[in-house]
Design a protein around this ligand. Structure first.
Ligand SMILES: [Ca+2]
Ligand SMILES: [Ca+2]
Length: 418
């Protein structure tokens, strides 16, 4: 009896729960009729009734009101750890795919991906499940084009924890958007594990393909990108980098499409905050050559965690580059982000987090001009993904693309009233 009383007292004095509101953000079609695209914002640590259920909230970009929400049906499945809005293809409407890489099936933590149908009648269903304990199926996702005959519109699903002969090799599974069936999968190797990130590489290396990034590969003098070629077999594109790369590489890989000129690949080398005195870099690769290197200026800033390179902020017609710097090596970082001119590849702006615990820059999106000033705005998450702190649940900020010191809206996790 005494024991149970003690337990109650302890639970009352527990700090408020950890949250990761803003872990992933995706623009979604307008739901509340104000003609502005709304936002799907995930919180994979959202507590819920079962504890750690995870949530994807559909949130009005104008008012911040929670318009609808979908919660994981298991505890601690990391529901919402990845989001992908598919484009409408061949009569299949756009859907929001939601990764839950710690989903359990018959006691095995295999991971899963859910599909949420948007529009009038919103329904969620299980899209696909992983097959191996701990493989983290649904850790990342990317839509790809026509990769095989059965897969006219494919979804690539990363499983960075997949093991072969007791070594982590990772795998990427290709699913047909039409049938929802698996079309192929490709395995990494113990030296080149794959599945932490997937990216289109256009034809930057002279042939189209998909690149994989993995944080298990620490760069060397022979830097290369693991790629998926035409036969769905693991290949590699040797990167034209002659220096010794110090850090996790290739960490983040982003294709920058431009209206004029060749497409570019931005590949980051990430240095784990607090682990070394090395600095991160982003290599800008065009026509098979490195044309520039963007360098981390402040040690431990988490430079290159995320890169967003779709929008033009200085109105010169060339899309610019936003780089997240969510860290400072401490437990509760301020964070921020940096903006580089896409044309000149020079720094054109820097924004710091608004408070000493902001962790600004953990995720970056964009593509819409919310204040109608002619310049697309920057959607930036403020989530401590490295060491989440009790009571700090995360935020998403919409920041003016024209003046990055100006915050247009702050979206916070709606407080649960059960
Ligand atoms: Ca520009
Ligand atoms: Ca704007």
């Amino acid at each position: 009896m005494l024991q149970s009383v003690c337990l109650i007292v302890l639970s009352l004095s527990q700090p408020s729960p950890i949250g990761q509101f803003g872990y992933c953000v995706s623009l979604i079609p307008d739901l509340d009729g104000d003609k502005l695209p709304d936002l799907a914002i995930s919180d994979p640590l959202w507590v819920g009734v079962q504890g750690g259920q995870g949530r994807v909230g559909l949130i009005s970009s104008r008012t911040g009101v929670l318009l609808d929400h979908f919660d994981g049906d298991q505890s601690h499945a990391r529901f919402g750890a990845a989001l992908l809005l598919t484009t409408e293809e061949g009569g299949i409407p756009a859907q929001l795919l939601i990764g839950a890489p710690s989903f359990r099936q018959n006691g095995e933590m295999v991971g899963a991906v859910y599909s949420l149908q948007l529009g009038e009648a919103r329904r969620i269903r299980l899209f696909a499940r992983g097959e191996q304990e701990g493989e983290l199926f649904g850790y990342c996702m990317r839509q790809a084009g026509n990769l095989t005959a059965e897969c006219a519109h494919s979804i690539l699903i990363g499983c960075p924890g997949f093991k072969s002969k007791d070594a982590i090799v990772g795998r990427v599974a290709g699913y047909s958007l039409e049938s929802g069936k698996e079309c192929f999968d490709v395995l990494g190797s113990s030296a080149t594990s794959i599945g932490r990130q997937v990216s289109d590489i256009g034809d930057v290396f002279g042939r189209p393909g998909i690149a994989f990034a993995s944080d298990s590969y620490v760069g060397s003098e022979n830097a290369f990108l693991p790629t998926l070629g035409s036969e769905n077999r693991l290949g590699r594109c040797v990167l034209p980098i002659t220096e010794q790369v110090k850090g996790l590489f290739p960490y983040c890989v982003v294709l920058q499409k431009r209206t004029s000129g060749n497409p570019r690949l931005l590949v980051s080398c990430y240095v784990d905050p607090g682990s070394a005195d090395a600095r991160g870099h982003i290599y800008v690769i065009e026509g098979g050559k490195v044309i520039a290197r963007l360098d981390e200026e402040t040690l431990n800033s988490g430079f290159g965690t995320v890169i967003y390179a779709c929008d033009d902020y200085d109105a010169d017609g060339c899309p610019d580059i936003v780089v997240g710097t969510p860290d400072d090596g401490g437990v509760m970082p301020r964070g921020g982000f940096r903006v580089y001119s896409g044309a000149k590849l020079t720094l054109i702006g820097e924004r710091k987090g608004d408070s000493p615990t902001d962790s600004m820059g953990s995720y970056i999106a964009g593509g819409f001009d919310y204040d109608a000033d002619g310049v697309p705005d920057i959607i930036v998450s403020c989530v401590n993904t490295r060491s989440p702190q009790p009571g700090i649940r995360g935020k998403v900020k919409i920041i003016s693309g024209k003046n990055i010191q100006q915050t247009l809206r702050v979206l916070e996790s709606p407080v649960e009233t059960k």
